[in-house]
Design a protein around this ligand. Sequence first.
Ligand code: F6P
Length: 547
Amino acid sequence: MALKKNNPTQTIAWSKLQNHFNDIKEIHMKTWFDKDQERANRFTIKWEDFYVDFSKNRITQETLNLFDDLANEIDLKDAITKYFQGDIINETEGRAVLHTALRASKEESVIVNGKNVIPQVYKVKRKIKKFTNEIINGKRKGYTGKAFTDIVNIGIGGSDLGPAMVVDSLKFYGNKLKPHFVSNVDGDHVSEVIKNLNPETTLFVIVSKTFTTQETLSNATTIRNWFLKSATQFDVAQHFVAVSTNIDAVKDFGIDENNIFPMWDWVGGRFSLWSAVGLSISLAVGYKNLESLLEGAQKMDVHFKNEEFSNNIPVVLAFLSIWYNNFFQAESEAIIPYTQYLNQFATYLQQAIMESNGKSISRNGELISYQTGNLIWGEPGTNSQHAFFQLIHQGTKLIPSDFIGFTKPLHGNQSHQDKLMSNFFAQTEALLNGKTEAEVRQELENSNLTKEKIEQLIPFKVFKGNKPTNTIFINSLTPESLGKLIAMYEHKIFVQGVIWNIFSYDQFGVELGKQLAGNILKEFNDSKINNHDSSTQNLIDFYKNLR
Ligand code: F6P
């Protein structure tokens, strides 16, 4: 069955939230901390190796109670059941949304079109495992008999960002295979990647759910041509494998049927790293680690499915995000991991979140009158502190931020870790408390500055504070904890989409640009003038004259 269709702003809970917002919008969180010694404990969820402190938010217990009412009013529980059991909740594309089935246990049964999909999921997993082991242990070799040293993932969007982020995040767990990623249709990207590669020892994994994507097919063709400069057509079978739902197109490309890793239309591109799209992950860090990643995600699935909303990490994070987006009118959210390993995490989440919830038509097919998808951005701390934190601390915009930290460093450098973590705690403390005029004055009075200079400087040195943050504190960065973290955001996306009454699992917004690019590409070699606006026409002409 489809998801229910409700305008959230017309619920009783929403109007109560609006009144409640008017009551508390000016209150400084500090006053709540001062009054309530239990606040931090009350607004912390401890689950497995996760410690999620959301007390530094502009909320009271009433805020959460009202969001709980909202979730009940729009029947979030019913939506969650439909999501996990494979109902056609991607209504506009007529598909189930079942990335959760990719990490379900063997014993589970998830029915799509009358058929349990779990056995086929496990069949593909076995194929990934066998293939991975044979590449890593050198049983499968390149066309000149040498073991593989490099793997190149050729894909874009969900067929690139997920595997690329996970492989980079887990590089501590890497093996002798060197992973590379080619995504952009920019020829310089592919050239830079292949320039140092040896065709004899490189394995190419072409990942495209549809196998029609211009970028991926262009890069795959360029790479195959490069490969054929030193090898024969016969050798392609040993060096090229593909992940796709479009088996015929993969075969037409010249890939051996045994080298195809299938996926299914009920796996959305941006949620596909758990499927055979994760083949590069398996190759780069070993199948066992891919399995742990899946297990972590599965644990988060169980938590999300069963835990009551007030203690449910993805649900609470979704409530908070809606609170700022729709009531405080915050436009963006920052994701700040305090580990360099999660360097690509915000980029990955940009697609997951913005392609999912960047919608303006409701599930009823009407134009929406309230805000939906947030803008997502971020960089690891402490680097980001020296880049954009000024704006978060003293700018005019409210930027709710997720601080993600890990107790234990992977290489065990405790002195660095203590410095890193002191920054991790200090930043959320500073964002909460700020620095008052009195505090600034006192500090300046201890300096040698004149009274006049002190008065002049004070306004610039005041920090208002009251800036919301979530602290997501995890024991250590392992394949399993990363799986949990990614699944946490996936479910947050789902809850937000359900409440906003939008379809989170289509992406028609990426089509128009693709279509026009196709038309323009034809025009580069054609003198026929097409009907463009004058700006676009001038730009095309300028390029045609200079290319
Ligand atoms: O950007 C649009 C999109 O369809 C994404 O959703 C998807 O992840 C990406 O293109 C790549 O698509 P494919 O895996 O079919 O090549």
